[in-house]
Design a binder for this molecule. Structure first.
Ligand code: ADP
Ligand code: ASP
Ligand code: MG
Length: 481
């Protein structure tokens, strides 16, 4: 019994024509696989018209502006969302009764959205929990339309809300799945459908706590949903359909000549995603690791292109760490470099531990760490949006050391960027770091910090944000594929 999970991103369901194309891909898959499960994002921009409305972004804007007391914006967004979904429904669902039924369901979801935004406006604040309830509505509308389009094309399909079976903790906005509960619930909800020849069309991005409160898996989380479902259903493959020909050697918006990478290891892909390659959510690979489920990244609008295959077996023999060839370069912008420094740090045990405990208390994730060997400074990188609260917490933690002068500096450099070169074995292949640094140095760009990923397949450099695009292009020029 073969099973594939197929995920479509926002652009792949961004308008009627794209939804029909996605449905054709599923139809084709049903002739090649015994079972197909579809996962969909909310409608994104249309790849061909001027419709740039991304549903999840719009829902979040509505919630945030409502919290500021603005009711015009969420009412306007409600109208735009009605128009966008209605246009798609009218164009892709041929059966009149079905069309009306789906329109009614979407209308109900949008009425609920308006009521939630009105409540947020009255309260004057929007909690992470409310943001999850509101931002997850886009997927719930999209699956109804995609399932309807499949039925129109003769493929029996049913929309399913993942809030029924992906169980997470209550860390709203980036909730963590509870695997055992998710496995049992997913199997009992989806297997009977599949056994009856029905293709489940499941919402990406959203889940719920054990008590049934809606959560989300973080922005871009539909990729993660697909791999969680792939894992618990023991799929043979997961196919991730997006709007480019697979994983590319760099972000094509920065490096237009970026090329498709034909194969990557899971480790390389995780490193790329963690360090900013938007194409996959950073957690996508983890659920696929244990059962070694291959992941293909393909283009909805160019489905005959092989795209990228991500495998979990390293192509290298024991003892070999990799070819040491740079395969891709990524960038994360809008980051801050935090330094805790002072002569008193030298040899004092526990400073690093206290530093990172303080950062953890602010709920901030550290993207990169580098410490000078002289132990006189600890330097790490965080998202810029967290920099004020992290510095405050550090100053509080080290009040005594700052007073005695053991620590003389706790500061941040904002508007920085991390540029990362990725490839198996590059971090311990002599000469690669040198090549990367000199390619950037030749442009007169200053490198503020350097670190290698724990997986040894990444070399990361911190530079000024204004230099980041030039630096990415310089490292890209080193790539041999
Ligand atoms: P989807 O809505 O299909 O999930 P995303 O917008 O989340 O799509 O991710 C795909 C986009 O990621 C591409 O359109 C591209 O602009 C961007 N991107 C950034 N880095 C890369 C990369 N290394 N390879 C491919 N795409 C990348
Ligand atoms: N719709 C969600 C977002 O825009 C999830 C996703 O697209 O993967 O973040
Ligand atoms: Mg995405």
């Amino acid at each position: 019994m073969s099973l594939v999970v197929i995920k479509f991103g926002g652009t792949s369901v961004g308008d009627a024509q794209s939804i029909r194309q996605a449905a054709r891909i599923v139809q084709e898959a049903t002739s090649q696989w015994n079972h197909v499960v579809v996962v969909s994002s909310a409608m994104g921009r249309s790849p061909r018209s001027h419709d740039n409305l991304k549903v999840t972004d719009a829902l979040l804007t509505a919630a945030r502006t409502a919290a500021e007391g603005d009711s015009d914006t969420f009412h306007r967004i409600r109208r735009e969302l009605t128009d966008k979904h209605q246009a798609a429904i009218d164009a892709v669902i041929s059966n009149v009764d079905e069309r009306h039924r789906i329109l009614d369901e979407v209308e109900q979801l949008l009425s609920g959205f308006e009521i939630l935004c009105a409540s947020v406006r009255v309260l004057g604040e929007v909690t992470p929990r409310a943001l999850d309830a509101i931002s997850g509505l886009g997927e719930r509308m999209a699956v109804r339309i995609l399932a309807g389009a499949l039925c129109t094309q003769g493929v029996p399909a049913e929309p399913v809300d993942a809030t029924e079976f992906i169980v997470t903790n209550d860390h709203y906005q980036s909730a963590i799945p509870l695997v055992d509960a998710t496995r049992d619930k997913t199997r009992s909800r989806l297997l009977p459908l599949m056994e009856n020849g029905i293709v489940p069309v499941v919402t990406g991005f959203i889940a719920a706590t054990a008590a049934g409160v809606p959560t989300t898996l973080g922005r871009g989380g539909s990729d993660y949903s697909a791999s969680i479902i792939g894992d618990v259903l023991e799929a043979d493959e997961v196919h991730n359909y997006t709007d480019v020909d697979g994983v590319l050697t760099a972000d094509p918006r920065i490096v237009p000549e970026a090329r498709t990478i034909s194969t990557l290891t899971g480790q390389e892909m995780s490193e790329l995603a963690f360090f900013g390659a938007q194409v996959l959510h950073p957690m996508t690979i983890a659920p696929l690791l244990e059962k070694r489920i291959p992941l293909r990244v393909k283009n909805t609008f160019n489905p005959n292109h092989a795209g990228t295959l991500i495998v979990h077996e390293s192509p290298y023999k024991d003892g070999e760490r990799g070819s040491g060839i740079i395969k891709a370069v990524t960038v994360i912008e809008h980051i801050s470099m935090v330094t805790v420094a002072g002569k008193g740090l030298k040899g004092v045990p526990g400073i690093a531990g206290r530093t990172f405990m303080a950062v953890a208390r602010t709920n901030t994730s550290v993207l990169m760490i580098s410490q000078a060997s002289a132990e006189q400074s600890i330097c790490f990188v965080i998202p810029q949006s967290s920099s004020t609260k992290v510095v405050l917490e550090l100053k509080h933690e080290f009040t005594r050391e700052v007073t005695t002068g053991e620590i003389d500096r706790i500061n941040t450099v904002d508007d920085a960027a991390i540029v990362t070169a990725v490839g198996m074995g590059i971090a311990d292949t002599p000469g690669v770091s040198g090549k990367v640094c000199s390619a950037i140095g030749k442009l007169g760009i200053n490198i503020n910090a350097i670190a290698q990923g724990s997986s040894e397949c990444g070399i990361s450099l911190v530079i000024n944000g204004s230099d980041s695009k030039e630096a990415v292009r310089a490292v890209h020029a080193l790539i041999i594929t």
